[in-house]
Design a protein around this ligand. Sequence first.
Ligand code: ABU
Length: 474
Amino acid sequence: MESLKRVVAILEEEGVVEPVGPLLLFRQPQQLQAELDLSLGDAAKEDELWDCLKKITRHSVKTRHPGFLNQLYGGLDEYGLAGELLASALNTNQYTYEVAPSLTLCEMEVIKRALSLVGFNNGDGIFTPGGSISNMYGLVLARYKKYPEIKEKGIAGMPPFVIYTSQDAHYSMTKGSHWLGIGTDNVIKVKTDQRGRMLPSALEEAIELTLAQGKVPMAVNSTAGTTVLGAFDNFQEIADVCEKYGIWMHIDGCWGGSVVFSKKHSRLLKGIERADSFSWNPHKMLGAPLQCSMILVKEKGLLNAANRAGATYLFQQDKMYDVSFDSGDKSVQCGRKTDALKLWTLWKARGDSGLARAVDDTMHLSRYFLEKIRDRIGFKLVLEEFQCTNICFWYIPMRLRNKTEDQAWWEQVHAVAPKLKEKMVLDGCLMIGYQPLDHKNLRNFFRLVITCRPERDEAFIDSVIENIDRLGRD
Ligand code: ABU
């Protein structure tokens, strides 16, 4: 309890609880290394330890600061934090009912409700250590469903498997293909339209090519909320293609899956119930503490069949309770954090309607920002409309305004975002991510992301625009 009190004191003193100061006191890595004595060896004196932890906190990014608009996560739901703290303090493992009785039931309830929102009526799911792993589960299940013997025999001697994902999709498919022995050459990046949505016709062409090459189409990964442009694929049309060719359909809903709560915006997810698996990260839009990710599967029993190893020291079949409540063999991990509790707590506190309101408000604010910068001098939109709460734009400083937009001009615009980002970070008022999109021939642009937490208002969004203008002055 003494430690907990000291942690709370640090959080208060260092502006984590009420993030009113700068969102970061930036130091270059060597400078920070010199300022923080992090060396390990002899036991530290108690005061030295706490002083060190205070400094670590001081030099951490205050992601609860409203100016943190940098990633697909940000802020922190206070109820989520309560669940996270409790889970950490309980310090147990999600794998068996034996060591996590009530937490097992929490995970089951959250998964049941999530399955019902996605429209998987007799499905299954588990929490995983993050979206990339959730997506990898999708690939493992796709392959197991087609060739269950792979579990015992391995992939030697099999024809090459091919995965289809979009040019705008998250890179986890590339990483997953390597880890699963599929190979990154066998990940086809299907062309997208201008807004970043996978083109179903291009998907079909790619599948035909795979078949002509004697390879095996394994899985299609479509996306609900792409990482940069926030695009939602057309799930109905992609499901038609998957059904036609008998290919597993996975949806990476890690970012945009949370719109499922909103009556107004859930139309973006039309057709998701036709997928075979779905990944969702409430630690993104909803502000659940990192990490909070799950894989949802349409077919009950498949997770267990694919991953089961039957360790007899852990999953004894003659236990004193119904062992179907042991979830551990559905997972590739052995030890598994009890991540469900933080989402259960957050969801229980806010209710479906509270979460719907949070999503709607966030969508509204992103539209407000979009309309505010649409015709504002110095701002140039990457797209006319955005489907999610990522709003992408270039900032055009005074010296580059009203000039011909030739290659030399774009070279200069490309250099603006990193420079302006540096100013934001050093000023401590804002953090907004930037990136190029090479496949769309787009030079560095900002991606401002609004999440449900902390709650922001229109006045704050106005101040963001003013701050960008102030820092972007030549
Ligand atoms: N896992 C994708 C998140 C990347 C981002 O926060 O921008």
